[in-house]
Design a protein around this ligand. Structure first.
Ligand code: FEO
Length: 668
């Protein structure tokens, strides 16, 4: 029985789904099945876009016959000659002998070699940019060599903006009644299979995919009809963006994939410990046992992650067979632009690490992180330091996430004995003032903090506390990098206004501000009224409630001057502008000739203007407006003033980030 769905009133999906196939192309497991898409256009002339695999030929022919009704089939456009799309072409031609095959020369040559057409076949051969008119539709052809075979071409309907994209934009997985990507949670439920499909089928041909994406960018594409998976009619940009990343070998996740092969569990144990150490340092990490996972999953995950650690036992003086096979498959798919590290195990002659490293020598733009870890039979205490060193080295090139808040002890820990608390005691703590800067992508940002301290000397570490409401906080949490500029006593109030009183979410704090330099980590550092600059790489983030404490290795530091560092007390006494003195209501006499002002309720009759020498008759009495009484709330920590009768309970000082409890109400 036929099973079709309409895409447009005159465009019908006539493909089929296979859920019994064990191995697609004999190598890729498809646990959720696969669809073979074919599309029938019912214009003044009828056009079938590609055929299907033999596995679904029965329903396919029923679909075509049903959708055609009593009409004949006029054209068969062949986009791709791989048999999952062309194996039924021979029978189709027998059933519809008057249909003209539309294809390029390479396709036609392959068609004959496969034996799908006879020598008498007279196709309509097309080239890049040729046009086919069918009545209300006009099609043009876009050659897409090596996406996935050399003869591949796409067809673009200039009338509706529909791109028949061949294998591109396909995915593994049967359709399950959902023809359109917007009928499912594609990014949540299907993206992994789409990535596995892309990376394994055309991952090797990134430059060729890029070439086609550049051509596609010139087309007004509204609908994409691939040969596998869903039809795209909404949010096309989301999927095209994924293709952009995959075809440029750009990692989607800045994190570590540890792929391991372990015979008796000791290599796996070392891999687990490394994963734990990475996670404890805040790195994003995942693991894969290549002995049990199909090679296609390693290819997909390796395209997804930025850092790849391979751990293998040594086997017959070589890489363990499953790891060897998986790595050669990955390398054949042109993997590049990654950071690599290796762990080897061997009871008498460990060599797998060296051999794995050698395999990647032909790959482009790979960064190897040392040390290579060598395990003899099983991991021992004395090997842990090497794993720590590797974890540290990997983390220097990774963004570090803030760990989840620690669980609050509830049972065995004795309750602390509480005494009286005096909030003003906190004001006796001394603080400095600092500009903390960071960067994500092209966005530089910074804020003022009063908390930057050295917390360890071996290794040399500093810590900064940053309020979670600050945009800078989010950037540091995501990138793991910051600079600290230590402000000096000659700092003007302007610098505090620039970095402390606005949000980087809607302002560029560095606009028209030249007193900066870029440090080795690529971040800006403020250099004006600054006596030292530190660059930090976050190794731990502690959730402290309103603030996060970022603990960081110092990766660069420089002394800029001998000027004394500014303290909070100094800032409040000498930098922070004082509130304007209260103005009293006064009566003035203003000279109408020169503007001189005489203050007083009455002016003596014989008064003479000291400037222009005119007499009382030329003065005008002016009574000043009564001064409006204002209420202010002054931050006891930094002196910031908030004007208003009431201060909101959740108010936070924009300068020092202290809350309402640290403000004092002042009637003015
Ligand atoms: Fe779906 Fe390259 O064939």
């Amino acid at each position: 029985m036929h099973c079709t769905r309409n895409i447009y009133p005159d465009l019908v999906w006539v493909g089929g789904n296979d859920r019994r196939l064990a191995m697609f192309e004999g190598v890729y497991s498809v646990p959720d099945g696969v669809s073979y898409n074919s599309y029938l256009l019912l214009d003044d002339t009828t056009v079938l876009f590609d055929t299907v695999d033999r596995a679904v030929d029965k329903v396919f022919f029923e679909n075509v016959a049903y959708a055609l009704g009593d009409r004949s089939l006029d054209y068969i456009v062949v986009s791709h000659m791989e048999p999952d799309h062309s194996a039924t072409l021979r029978e189709l031609v027998l059933r519809y002998p008057n249909a003209v095959i539309v294809c390029n020369q390479k396709s036609f040559d392959m068609m004959k070699r496969f034996g799908y057409v006879s020598e008498a076949c007279d196709p309509y051969l097309v080239k890049e940019g040729d046009v086919l008119r069918t009545g209300h539709h006009e099609f043009t052809f876009v050659m897409a060599p090596m996406v996935h075979w050399p003869e591949v071409m796409m067809t673009f309907d200039l009338s509706t903006g529909t791109l028949f994209s061949a294998d591109a934009f396909g995915t593994f997985g049967a359709l399950n009644g959902n023809l359109f990507a917007d009928e499912v949670d594609f990014m949540g439920d299907y993206l992994n299979e789409a990535r596995r499909y892309y990376t394994n089928i055309v991952g090797k041909y990134g430059p060729q995919v890029q070439a086609v994406l550049k051509k596609a960018a010139k087309l007004e594409i509204k609908t994409i009809c691939p040969l596998h998976g869903f039809v795209w009619r909404r949010n096309l940009g989301d999927y095209i963006e994924k293709y952009q990343q995959w075809s440029t070998y750009t990692p989607e996740v800045q994190g570590v994939l540890i792929a391991y092969a372990s015979v008796y569990g000791n290599t796996e144990n070392a891999a687990e410990i490394l994963a734990t150490k990475l996670r404890e340092r805040g790195a994003h990490v995942t693991m894969m046992d290549v002995s049990v996972k199909p090679g296609s999953e390693l290819v997909a995950k390796a395209f997804q992650y930025s850092h790849l650690v391979f751990a293998s036992t040594t086997y017959n003086a070589e890489i363990f067979v499953r790891m060897d096979e998986a790595l050669r498959d990955l390398i054949a798919h042109n993997i590049q632009n990654r950071t690599l590290a290796f762990l080897e195990n061997g009871s008498w002659a460990p060599t797998s690490g060296k051999k794995m490293k050698e395999l990647f020598a032909s790959c482009k733009n790979m960064t190897i992180v040392d040390p290579m870890i060598t395990v003899k039979s099983a991991l021992h205490e004395d090997s842990l330091a090497a794993l720590d060193t590797l974890a540290d080295a990997l983390c220097t090139t990774l963004p570090i996430e803030a760990p989840a808040a620690a669980a609050v002890p509830t049972v065995s820990a004795p309750a602390p004995v509480a005494g009286a608390t005096d909030p003003s005691a906190l004001h006796k703590l001394s603080y400095g003032l600092f500009v903390v800067t960071t960067r994500e992508g092209d966005k530089d940002n910074g804020c003022i903090t009063n908390t930057a301290i050295q917390v360890a000397s071996n290794p040399n570490r500093i810590a900064i506390a940053v309020n979670k409401q600050n945009y800078t906080h989010d950037l540091i949490a995501r990138t793991g990098l910051f600079n600290v500029s230590v402000l000096t006593e000659d700092a003007t109030f302007d610098i505090f206004k620039r970095f402390g009183f606005a949000s980087g979410r809607d302002t560029d704090k560095f606009a028209d501000f030249a007193a900066v330099k870029r440090t080795a980590n690529g971040l800006l550092a403020v250099t004006e009224s600054v006596n030292a600059v530190f660059s930090g790489h976050v190794v731990e983030a502690v959730d402290c409630g309103s603030h996060t404490l970022f603990v960081a290795d110092i990766t660069e530091s420089e002394t800029l001057s001998k000027a004394p560092s500014v303290t909070y007390a100094y800032y409040f006494a000498h930098i922070k502008p004082k509130p304007a003195p209260k103005t009293e209501q006064k009566t003035k006499w203003v000279c109408k000739v020169c503007g001189y002002e005489y203050e007083g309720e009455e002016m003596p009759d014989d008064y003479t203007c000291p400037l222009c020498k005119h007499g009382k008759e030329d003065f005008e009495k002016v009574t000043a407006e009564p001064v409006k009484k204002t209420t202010k709330w002054v931050c006891k920590v930094c002196g910031y003033e908030y004007e208003g009768e009431e201060l909101p309970d959740d108010y936070t000082c924009p300068l020092c980030k202290h809350g309402k409890e640290d403000f004092e109400k002042v009637e003015g």
